[in-house]
Design a protein around this ligand. Structure first.
Ligand code: FPP
Length: 274
């Protein structure tokens, strides 16, 4: 945090992210990892299924609420680390369509945490040139949260550094069905429907598909997340529970991503002549 005195007695606090310099301790294990990252080949879009808050809490004899609260701290750290690294799009799966099946108290807690996060972090988003975008069925989001989301989206809409995409009341199948309905309403001829035009009807219109998808807590499933968009996304599943996920784990995921050969269904470099 930087503090600037602009008038005697008046302190303005800047929560500027800057770059990685001063953020990573020289000689630390984190620095060793950062040195392995090829910054010319960063994933443009990272998507994360934040899983394991409940198990993290259970292991500590805490309530699930405490798990989600701790998960919010990971959100803050990963947003900051991603922006400092130079990631352009970060998508976080924060509330699925299916999450309504949880006990009412837990559902309320999740929306309250999100509301508090927005109230606390909107200045951070503004000061660091971060844009907020929501994907999912906004109409179903409790009104006070929706109002705040709309307001922060509006205030940050011209920001350029990184887009933070929150998947809220989101389901991949529902998103695809909604897109189909919109295409049908346009009465397009079947021949006019192609991948590019269809993508423009999804909530993620204009956003490149994720290059890397991280799932925490070791579960090997997609849970209805970005089903259309992840056709060629590299998957990285870590046993770390979301509240334990720190920037060091993000660096590890990026290093692993950079070791992969992305072939997009082709043969890859140097294999065409074998
Ligand atoms: C999955 O863990 C996590 C969620 C359903 C919610 C994620 C929410 C947060 C990290 C906090 C608020 C979000 C923001 C963006 C401020 P789980 O409860 O399914 O864990 P379990 O599988 O171990 O029970």
């Amino acid at each position: 945090m930087q503090v600037l005195t602009i008038w005697p007695g008046l302190l303005i606090m800047f929560f500027m992210f800057d770059t990685l310099e001063g953020y990573i301790k020289p000689g630390s294990p984190e620095e060793k990892l950062v040195q392995q990252i090829d910054f010319s080949r960063l994933p443009v879009h990272v998507a994360i299924i934040m899983d394991g808050n409940g198990r993290w809490a259970h292991q500590r004899n805490l309530s699930r609420t405490e798990g989600h609260k701790a998960g919010t701290e990971s959100v803050k750290e990963v947003v900051e680390a991603s922006a400092r690294l130079g990631i352009k799009y970060l998508t976080l799966y924060a509330f699925s369509r299916e999450n309504w099946k949880r006990p009412k108290e837990e559902v309320n807690t999740l929306w309250k945490l999100l509301y508090d996060y927005l109230m606390e972090q909107k200045q951070v988003l503004l000061q660091n040139d971060l844009k907020l975008k929501v994907i999912g069925d906004k109409k179903g989001i409790p009104y006070p949260v929706r109002r705040e989301l709309n307001s922060v989206e509006r205030q940050t809409r011209n920001n350029q550094r990184m887009t933070l995409i929150l998947a809220l009341n989101y389901g991949g199948r529902q998103e695809i069905l909604e897109a189909i309905k919109k295409v049908l309403k346009r009465k397009s001829k079947p021949d006019e429907v192609n991948e590019q035009m269809f993508s423009r009807y999804l909530d993620t219109a204009g956003i490149p598909d994720p290059d890397l998808m991280v799932r925490t807590s070791g579960e090997m499933r997609l849970s209805n997340f970005l089903l259309w968009q992840i056709a060629y996304t590299e998957l990285y599943i870590t046993p770390i529970l979301w509240p334990d996920f720190r920037r060091i784990h993000l660096f590890e995921a990026i290093i692993e991503y950079q070791k992969r050969e992305r072939r997009f269904g082709g043969l890859g470099e140097g294999k065409n002549d074998r």
